[in-house]
Design a protein around this ligand. Sequence first.
Ligand code: BES
Ligand code: ZN
Ligand code: ZN
Length: 448
Amino acid sequence: MSTPIPLYLVDQTDLAKDHVDSQTWAQATGFKAAPNTVCLVPGAEGTVAKVLVGKPNPVDTWTLGYLAKTLPAQTYALADDWPAETATKLWLGWRLGSYSFNQYKRQASPPVAELVPPAGADAAYVETTVAATTLVRDLVTTPAGDMGPEQLEAAAQALCDRHAANLTVIAGDDLLAQNYPLIHAVGRAYTQAPRLLDLVWGHPDAPRVTLVGKGICFDTGGLDIKPAAGMKLMKKDMGGAANVLGLAEMIMGLQLPVRLRVLVPAVENSIASNAIHPLDVVPSRRGLTVEVGNTDAEGRLVLADALWEAVCEEPTPQLVVDFATLTGAARIALGTELPACFSNQPTVANALLASGLAVDDPLWQLPLHQPYRAMIESSVADLSNISNSAYGGSITAALFLQEFTRPDIPWVHIDLMAWNLRTLPGRPEGGEAMGMRAVFELIRQTLG
Ligand code: BES
Ligand code: ZN
Ligand code: ZN
């Protein structure tokens, strides 16, 4: 390997003070050290002598995120020393920005620029987080025709095999026999049988964390069919499942001292003559009956049965976290890049928000506003899966889920997009992990 090209993070002051020899070139090429700009400085023999990169304040995970795909495909090394935490972030962002999804292309993606692991960086954290994020992105971006409940199960099985975890699967009519009526009802119209994936890992006596992920492998809307524009991206409706599998990869890969359980209802919300109808009433695992006001509000149905199983386990978990691409309303409220989070315990919510900020994976809290609980009442059943109001849809969805949790068990609900609509540094367009690193940090700090 040839000597790595030195890479300097510079602001205007650094440029003037430390790179006097490059000033003329910088001026000639219009480089002003602005964030997200770069300047390749030639050496005497016409090679790249060094790279100047605009330094934002603060330096964060995304500072170098655009370089892997924009710099010439050579090897670079940070010229300056950074505190360990920053070195880890810089390397992680670089690596996350080198991702591309090319499984379906004849031509492999072009080679990317490499960064020499910076001194002090946490290599295990970076490698594991890259693997986990890659898993999430691949699972979400893979077309629904190749990522049905069967393939999602296979992905969970492969994950278990890598980490000596145990996977139990309840599928098809066994869901009825074992009292998961809502998961069965939503998924029964698809050719691949609906199923509940149940992963267990770690020492039984360690603090218990249970993750639940919405695994709607495709959301047609059901008989309340989505219009074409709204349906187009619905291969990503298993983004919650992908994120909890990615988070499991992090927890197991970095061997957090917890006992982990992951529950994924994996189904397609499909259309056939045996599909649930609008206004059908379906029992739930908890025993409450649910009136299906809209077959497109299917995520909360499958999550209800999985959450109730999560909170009924003995001994009880110390933390239950669900990830779900649950509502368009959350995206209206916060946009697509900022997941909404809810919690029945303010201290947990605050810790999660802080963790998210610390690892550049922010979330925004919305309230479990109890007065809106009346909006999900039904005149014929115990609950309705839709609100009788056109407003606050992400809150009423969360309140529906809360009916299937317990006040004494800390619970976090994350309503996320799981998809980058635009490319940002370190985050190419396509399936994305959102909230995964934040929740990992929460678990590491409070239970690990
Ligand atoms: N998977 C969708 C929610 C969604 C849509 C998330 C677009 C992200 C982007 C969910 O199953 C759904 O269809 N929700 C409905 C609920 C409504 C029928 C009460 C929604 O949000 O419109
Ligand atoms: Zn839906
Ligand atoms: Zn959905």
